[in-house]
Write a protein of this length. Structure first.
Lengths: 334, 566
């Protein structure tokens, strides 16, 4: 009897010891499984698609890649995590432009339609990604670069992004800078459509538009103008070293003043997700550059690289007191 | 054999016990709840697309190539998070031109998509959408066909142990040997108590495993998770839950907000708002014509008081009456006599006599009017309401004797009230350029009104240096009572620009103000904010949030609960 009891006791102890040891192992395992589950909660986000090195790219110039914290030499924007950067999805995008009526006349109503498409695949619909809160940023400049406008075509049920050209008599429905424009004078205009297809890279389409009617008198720019004023707000551009040089990363400080007194740029309201936007267009080659300044110590800090010498026109847009202000500049690069 | 049978049974039983129930206990509900913040979050794949108008979230269970599949599409407005109903949807796939997808609305902002994906690969869906906020074209990327949920794919390799020491059989065998060795050593010790203690201890050992699982999946673990969460402060709210709890957002834009300040006040009756009715005479209340709480109009008779006179006074009165009547008779006789001899009397005497008669008549008339009838010992006085209003509580009863100057009735008119407020210097600046004064009850914020400033203070309260201001307010329904404490919200005509959120968006966490910001379609983060002026509907945010962020303004409580329970 005693022996039997002892045997059972031995067996019992052995089993409990083994159960204890193995349970520790199982506990750890279950834990690790759940942790993996937690990571995968995100579904098909970036998290589970890659585990190696992250690529950081400029949101506007995807060809510019680098490490985290780097800055784009073209527009001064901070590089963002983007593993599709630098890779092409193999599609060639094109922005199809149509005006209705075909010949836009100054001071008369018209409709400008923009339809993004894929080359050699006419029927494919191209959804666009929001960048800076809009799907398409349309910059309208006159060929002499005296006229500037930044508007946003709105998607229509017809499948195109439209801009309504208002006749002289009609006022803007929701103020300027939305999805309406007007051509007070005829002449040659250039439209820059800045957009990014979903899954693709940032695209820029340069569209030339001849507007009928009395043409504007072309202006010529040669002397630098680095101070711009709009509605009492003055923004002065101060380049490091005082001049702009070709091929060199230019550090430009933007000093903001209101009514002659220095103003903290942080006090500005966000306009399209940034404190300010700068557009630079070359007088000769009509090349387009979109720069986003950062704010440092209450001043704007712009970084860009001019690849060619010549005269450039620049416009800075910022929002204060609920209104968008545009200041203009002439930049001479030597 | 008889020895061996129980041992084998026991062994078999224990092997069973060691393998299945242990795993179950560990993978139980407690643990699962603690680690997976959203419970069923991994039961489906997700794909999202956003534009400036819409936010699209697609949930779907694993799809098989060539088999009909169902996907659930949630559509809401980007800025407000409001579900979009009645949208016309056209779906196509750039990868497969022939793919047809049937759309069926199954709820507020929820659409069921059914279709058959032909191949095992990654699809995307182009959504052409038209609804209230306008037309839009979006792309839902990365729709996996023929892929299992991440959980199972990750869990699969763990089925086989990754290391030799993880093998359950090896550990089981090792444990057996260890136990036997221990028992062998134990048998050699003759101390029965020690052996019994060790046996019991070892029997309890397997339960230590349960213990450990509990501690791990329980509160401790949760606290650690939320502690980590507090630094990231981001948590998930599935779209379905957002729609269910009606979680709505608002995009923050800088705007003008008027400077406001609040002052405390007390309701007092207006100058014509309260009146008392007092007895002008000592008397007896003979009739009461109103009840407590009755509404009376100006001039309405409230009660009758009968004048009571004691015997001495009565004798005096009678004597006085007799004197007056005698005087009248004498005066009349004298006048009549002089009248008959008018020709020979001096004109002056006749006039005097006439005047005496008139005076005597007048005196008697006055006396009679006061002491009624002349003979009676009582006179009735009616008490009339001096203002219109409500009769306040009174204690007078019919038959009671009232004294001169005794207050019998109080009539209150709450149609117009005054509010007395004690204001300090710092608030006066806002008060001077005030645009409006909003009044609300301290105990019942539902009571609201708009007051006018009646008088500015001429003196300062010496004890606390406050100034007394008087406001007048219409109180039609009589909502505000005399003596009630109220808050007066002074809104300045001058405003400041800044970010402000509806008061419903603010909640408290550890005693600090927080708002919940929707970062992504199903991701919400918590932001501690410092608040500025509150104008009763909106509160200014001084720091903690940025313009263009989407703040949860409805369903804030639910969001907070989800955060706390994650």
């Amino acid at each position: 009897m005693n022996t039997k009891l002892k045997t059972i006791a031995i067996a019992l102890m052995a089993l409990s010891a083994s159960a204890f040891v193995s349970s520790c192992n199982q506990a750890d395992k279950t834990e690790s499984t759940t942790e993996t589950t937690a990571v995968n909660t995100a579904g098909t986000t970036d998290a589970d698609e890659h585990s190696g090195e992250h690529t950081y790219a400029c949101p506007m110039h995807p060809e510019v890649t680098g490490k985290e914290g780097d800055m784009c030499p073209k527009c001064g924007m901070k590089l963002e995590h983007n593993d599709n950067a630098g890779k092409s999805n193999g599609k060639a995008y094109v922005m199809n432009f149509k005006a209705n009526p075909g010949k836009v006349e100054a001071g008369k109503a018209a409709l400008l339609s923009f339809t993004p498409g894929v080359k050699n695949s006419e029927s494919e619909l191209v959804p666009l990604e929001l960048h800076h809160e809009k799907k398409i940023h349309l910059i309208v400049v006159s060929k002499d670069l005296s006229y500037f406008e930044h508007i946003h075509p709105d998607y229509q049920a017809s499948g195109s992004y439209d801009i309504t050209v208002l006749p002289t008599s009609k006022a803007f429905t929701e103020g300027p800078g939305k999805n309406e424009t007007r051509f007070p004078k005829g002449g040659e205009y250039i439209l820059f459509a800045d957009y990014m297809p979903t899954g693709g890279n940032a695209q820029l389409e340069k569209i030339e538009l001849a507007v009928g009617g009395t043409p504007y008198t072309p202006e010529t720019y040669s002397a630098p103008k680095l101070s711009g004023t709009a509605d009492g707000y003055t923004l002065d551009l101060v380049p490091d070293g005082g001049t702009f040089e070709v091929g060199k990363l230019a550090h430009i400080q933007g000093v903001l003043k209101k009514g002659g007194k220095a103003m903290d740029a942080n006090m500005l309201e966000n306009y399209l997700g940034a404190k300010a936007h700068m557009v630079v267009v070359g007088i000769n080659d009509k090349n387009y550059l979109h720069v986003h300044p950062e704010v440092k110590d209450g001043k704007f800090d712009l970084h860009t690289t001019f690849e060619k010498a010549g005269v450039y026109r620049g416009w800075v847009q910022f929002q204060a007191d609920g209104k968008v202000r545009t200041t203009d500049y002439v930049i001479v690069v030597k | 054999m008889s020895k061996l049978t129980p041992l084998v049974t026991f062994l078999g039983l224990f092997v069973l016990l060691a393998n299945s129930p242990l795993a179950m206990a560990h993978g139980g509900e407690d643990h699962g709840a603690a680690t997976a913040p959203t419970g069923k979050a991994v039961a489906y794949f997700t794909s999202q697309a956003i534009s400036d108008k819409y936010e699209l979230v697609l949930h779907y269970e694993p799809l098989e190539a060539g088999e009909a599949g169902k996907l659930r599409l949630y559509i809401n407005e980007f800025n407000t998070n409001r579900p979009v109903e009645g949208a016309t949807l056209k779906l196509s796939s750039p990868e497969e031109a022939k793919l047809t997808i049937v759309v069926k609305p199954i709820g507020k902002g929820i659409y069921e998509l059914s279709g058959t994906f032909p191949a095992k690969k990654r699809y995307s869906l182009t959504v052409s959408l038209n609804a209230g906020p306008g037309a839009d074209l979006l792309l839902l990327p990365g729709i996996e066909v023929g892929k299992d949920l991440p959980v199972s794919t990750v869990a699969a390799p763990i089925v086989g142990p990754a290391h030799w020491y993880e093998s359950p059989y090896l550990l089981l065998g090792g444990g057996l040997l260890l136990g036997m060795g221990l028992m062998f050593l134990l048998m050699r010790t003759r101390n029965r108590r020690v052996s019994a203690a060790v046996v019991v201890l070892f029997c309890l050992l397997p339960t230590a495993h349960w213990q450990r699982a509990n501690a791990h999946g329980g509160e401790d673990h949760g606290a650690a998770a939320s502690g980590g969460g507090a630094t990231s402060s981001t948590f998930a709210i599935p779209k379905e839950t957002q729609f269910l709890f009606n979680i709505l957002t608002q995009r923050l834009v800088a705007g003008e907000q008027a400077l406001t300040t609040t002052v405390a006040g007390t309701v007092i009756p207006s100058s014509t708002g309260q009146a008392v009715v007092q007895s002008p005479q000592v008397g007896r209340l003979t009739s009461l014509l109103v009840r407590v709480g009755q509404s009376v109009s100006k001039g309405q008779t409230l009660a009758l008081v009968e004048q009571t006179i004691d015997a001495a006074t009565q004798i005096n009165l009678q004597a006085e009456r007799n004197t007056l009547q005698a005087e009248l008779q004498v005066a009349r006789k004298e006048f009549d006599r002089l009248k008959t001899i008018e020709d020979i009397v001096a004109k002056r005497d006749l006039t005097e006599a006439e005047a005496r008669l008139n005076r005597a008549q007048a005196n008697l008339k006055v006396f009679t009017s006061i002491a009624q009838g002349g003979r009676g010992n009582a006179r009735s006085i009616s008490l009339k309401a001096p203002v219109g209003g409500i009769v306040g509580p009174f204690t007078a009863a019919i038959g009671a004797t009232v004294n001169v100057g005794e207050t019998l009735f109080t009539i209150t008119n709450l149609g117009k009230i005054y509010i007395e407020a004690q204001v300090f210097d710092k608030d006066l600046a806002v008060l001077r350029q005030a645009k409006s004064f909003g009044v609300e009850g301290v105990n019942d914020a539902g009571k609201r009104g708009v007051a006018r400033l009646l008088s500015q203070a001429q003196t300062v309260n010496a004890s606390n240096q406050s100034q007394r201001l008087l406001f007048e307010m219409d109180n039609g329904g009589g909502a505000f009572k005399i003596g009630e404490f109220v808050t007066i919200r002074v809104q300045s005509a001058r405003g400041t620009r800044g970010l402000s959120v509806p008061n419903a968006a603010l909640s408290e966490m550890n005693g600090k103000s927080v708002v919940f910001i929707k970062d992504a379609p199903e991701v919400v983060s918590l932001a501690y904010v410092t608040t500025g002026a509150d104008n009763g509907q909106f509160t200014q945010i001084l720091s903690g949030v940025e313009a263009d962020e989407r703040v949860i303004v409805s369903g804030t409580y639910q969001a907070k609960m989800i955060y706390l329970n994650q």
